[in-house]
Design a protein around this ligand. Structure first.
Ligand code: NPW
Ligand code: K
Length: 511
């Protein structure tokens, strides 16, 4: 599903009005009616007090429509106008009048902090103060009112986005943003829902189809793409009946050092579970028995050094290579890594200490095979690209880094992101249980396994991150978060593949 900027949402809005011969007031009615339907379906007529806070723009207009519809369906509603500007939108004013016609009373005006109303704790709050039109800092009394709303701890539904959030930068005051239990957002997800600094303002997001112009959406390239079951299944490559293990490649996992052989065992096992036809593992001598015992399906090549890798030599042409897990940063290993990069032309994934070596020796970046996949967690990323001011700058820096080095970067985290040149893909499956030792080694193994089967590097990165998160979610459904360990993720890769086809009916109408 595409992710649009605020400007692109406005353009989609205009294309829709033009092509469907709708007025903006009719589009607002359509969008807000869907929000009402969601609330009505959940509440089913319950006599719970509902407090709706509206701004003076179109987000406020949406709030007024929801208010009118709730009132005509017998709900107990109080409507407030957070009067932060005299510059009221046309559709706000039209719905303001319609609400008065329906209820015979004007909504309650809030003009300062003192006007903030009494609200019973069991109430529901609907937040329609600001939508995607916020473009400057909040005036102090509005910021204070938002903070007061947060202290109430009422169940809160935000319309389109939690008020106080910009769509393209982090808020000046992190507390002056609505903390929503759910955000009902129009047509397409917004990038802020997925970033570490802005994603915590809403517990849940529901994207509703308000019928915006399909052609416009298909033809406009968004600021990013959210990878869901539909996108993932479209990347899947079928296995042919008359195929053999050679069809699916012979990958090589290079890593491990004394005490860290487990990392490369996990990666190799994950590559095989993802469908690589054959897998070899390159380890120091001390890893030989461990690998042969832990993973009889793998072949093992050993370095002459007992405890660490000091020379990377192998006598076959791997279809894909994953390197770095548990490899350490010993000088001898750095040398071996450098001469490996000098000659390697195979599709490559670099993880863990491989990334740390690159960060310490940036000249090695020039030696990467085209479209090499780097899989840093935030700390490793910081070593590679240095500090960033906020999540938006981080994305821009990674895009430049990707362009400069012709590489694909996976920023690992709660919503892992895949960046290649100017393209951004957001993955939002996975769970906090996956923040556990070896989880990253498994991801590298999955991606190497996909590369080995002929997936393009970009597809392997996107699909790999999705499968990894999906397998982790399947474990968490059975065992919860705490007990989840990396081997469990490997054990559920098979189910993650099966799950793809259970979900394939889940078609994205915006495609
Ligand atoms: N296609 C769609 O997506 C659809 C969208 N719809 C809805 O429209 C919403 C966007 O509406 P919107 O453009 O009127 O902006 P909104 O967020 O209501 O803000 C109001 C105005 O406040 C102003 N302002 C900004 N910052 C300020 C500040 N700090 N302090 C004071 N004032 C400030 C600024 O105006 P300015 O003063 O800059 O002229 C801004 O315009 C969207 O989120 C969705 O709910 C649906 O109805 C239909 C389909
Ligand atoms: K809002």
């Amino acid at each position: 599903m595409k992710i649009f900027s605020a400007k692109q949402m406005q353009k989609a809005d205009h294309a829709t009005m033009q092509n469907q011969q709708l007025t903006s007031l009719e589009l607002m009615e359509r969008a807000a009616t869907q929000v009402f339907n969601i609330i009505h379906n959940k509440l089913n007529g319950a006599a719970v007090p509902i407090h709706i806070f509206c701004g003076i723009g179109n987000n406020g207009g949406d709030g007024l429509v929801v208010s009118r519809l709730l009132i005509t369906h017998g709900y107990h509603v109080k409507t407030y106008i957070v009067n932060f500007s005299e510059n009221r939108s046309k559709n706000f004013l039209a719905n303001y009048d319609r609400l008065k016609e329906t209820t015979n009373e004007w909504p309650i005006q809030l003009k300062s902090e003192e006007d903030f109303p009494e609200i019973e704790p069991q109430s529901i709050v609907i937040d329609a103060i600001f939508g995607i039109g916020l473009n400057r800092p909040l005036v102090p009394w509005v910021a204070q009112s938002i903070k007061r709303l947060n202290t109430l701890r009422c169940f809160t539904l935000s319309i389109d986005i939690p008020s106080g959030l910009y769509t393209n930068k982090v808020p000046e005051d992190a507390e002056a943003v609505i903390f929503a239990d759910i955000t009902v957002t129009f047509q397409l997800p917004k990038l802020i829902f997925f970033l570490p600094q802005t994603g915590n303002y809403t517990r849940d997001v529901q994207v509703i189809d308000i019928g915006l112009d399909r052609n416009f959406i298909v033809n406009e390239s968004g600021v990013g793409e959210l990878i869901g079951p539909y996108e993932a299944v479209s990347l899947y490559k079928n296995r042919a009946k008359f195929s053999h293990k050679g069809t699916y490649g012979h990958c090589l996992l290079i890593g491990g050092s004394y005490g860290k052989i487990g990392s490369v065992v996990l990666a190799t096992k994950a590559a095989l579970r993802t469908g690589a036809g054959l897998a070899s593992t390159y380890v120091p001598e001390c890893g030989y028995s461990i690998l042969q015992t832990a993973l009889p399906e793998a072949m093992v090549i050993t370095d002459d050094n007992e405890d660490l890798i000091e020379e990377i030599t192998f006598d076959y042409e791997p279809t894909a290579i994953g390197i770095g897990m548990g490899i350490g940063t010993h000088e001898k290993t750095i040398k071996a890594f450098e001469s490996f990069l000098n000659t390697n032309t195979h599709p490559l994934v670099i993880d863990a200490d491989g990334l740390n070596i690159l960060a310490k020796n940036p000249k090695l970046l020039k030696k990467l095979a085209p479209e090499t996949i780097l899989t840093p967690h935030p700390k490793e990323l910081e070593r590679l690209i240095r500090e960033w001011d906020d999540d938006f700058e981080k994305i821009e820096k990674v895009k430049s880094f990707s362009k400069e080095n012709n590489c694909i970067v996976i920023i690992k985290g709660a919503n892992s992101m895949v960046i290649y040149n100017d393209q951004l893909f957001v993955n939002n499956n996975g769970n906090p249980g996956m923040a556990t030792a070896g989880s990253g080694d498994v991801l590298s193994g999955i991606i190497t396994g996909l590369l080995s089967q002929g997936y393009t590097p970009l597809h392997a990165a996107i699909f790999g991150v999705y499968l990894h998160g999906s397998a982790g979610d399947l474990v968490a459904q059975k065992n919860g978060f705490e007990a989840l360990i990396a081997s469990d993720i490997i054990d559920h890769i098979g189910n993650a593949f099966l799950e793809l086809f259970k979900n394939s009916k889940n078609v994205d109408k915006n495609q």
